[in-house]
Ligand binder design. Sequence first.
Ligand SMILES: *Cc1c(COP(=O)(O)O)cnc(C)c1O
Length: 385
Amino acid sequence: MVKHSSRIELKQSAYKNNVNFIRKKIGAHPILSSVVKANAYGHGIHSFVPMAEKCGVKHFSVASSFEAEEVLEVCQPDTDIMIMGIIYEEDIPWAVEHNISFFVYNYDRLALSLAAAEQVGKPAKVHIEVETGANRTGMQADEFPKALTFLRKHKDKVEFEGLCTHFGGAESISNQFKIDQQHARYKEFLKQCKSKKIEPRLRHIACSAAALAMPDTVYDLVRIGVAQYGFWPSPDIYFHHLNEVGKKSDGALKRVFSWKTDIMDIRDVKEGEFIGYGTSYQASHNMKIAVIPLGYSNGYPRALSNRGFVLINGKKAPIVGLINMNLFMVDITYIKDVSVGDEVVLIGRQKNNVINVASFTNSTMLLNNEMLSRLPAAIPRKVVK
Ligand SMILES: *Cc1c(COP(=O)(O)O)cnc(C)c1O
């Protein structure tokens, strides 16, 4: 197979560290569901899922039936998959067939689940997602009593696997009043289950931010996305943690991901010449530049034109000119002993220097999640120790 123009490495020891850290925060009992939507936040489902399983994760959450299928291709037979978002009506029997549980976000979906269970001859496992204040997806309070009646009536065919909701903005302390209100409304739904004597197997509401900073939101399962990849959901959550442990800084979460390529060519540029397209960069002195074989079509943000850096020989090489579709150039005039084929770190560590995702996204106004999830699936991912 021919080589791709860049590569992504996943560090298993860093992931194990993150899982251990999250486990310490949530305690021994809850299921840790690894959220691997958006191609595992760009880490690559096919490489990430088996690595996570080696670190003890046995439950994965995805946004769509399409992603569930990708997990199913690589996971162990006894691993659980949960679809939190879109599953088209015609795909519900497929989910039932493969023991994949899914969110039921309105009342009509219950009848569809029952029909699928009857068609396949196996129970459907449903998580009733309730509307608590994000006003995105979730069953409204007025539909809930009849949903409980339905679940009791059809409990052999439609299993009440979970009762859940999702916080709209748990990572920010300024949203706390809204999050508290969502949690209070969730408890009302739980109360109704109790009084109707039809209770969910798993109660779950916490995402990374809630699981790390609001222990009372941790029930039977937590849905952990961003934190398992080694990123604090927000500065608020990081400072909350620092307060808790009484430290000024803490490397408790470790970046799993790094992104690398190699120098394609090296050339001299004379003073006064322009580099690449247009005239956005003019050499103010005689320069040496390295050509990097990837660009915005490979997920490298064009907004880093003339302002980003890569690492070469452990030094920061500034980007000169515009990021092209498949190429960009960096200044190596002041970096010693550079050759064609040398490793280039786009995100990650090289010798004593590091480019982390935050420093990368600060100047582009991209969210960490946004930048990572846009990395093309075609970039090869490799697990390293
Ligand atoms: C994405 C998502 C999560 C995980 O969120 P993080 O903040 O990345 O931990 C949890 N629950 C739902 C419903 C989601 O869509």
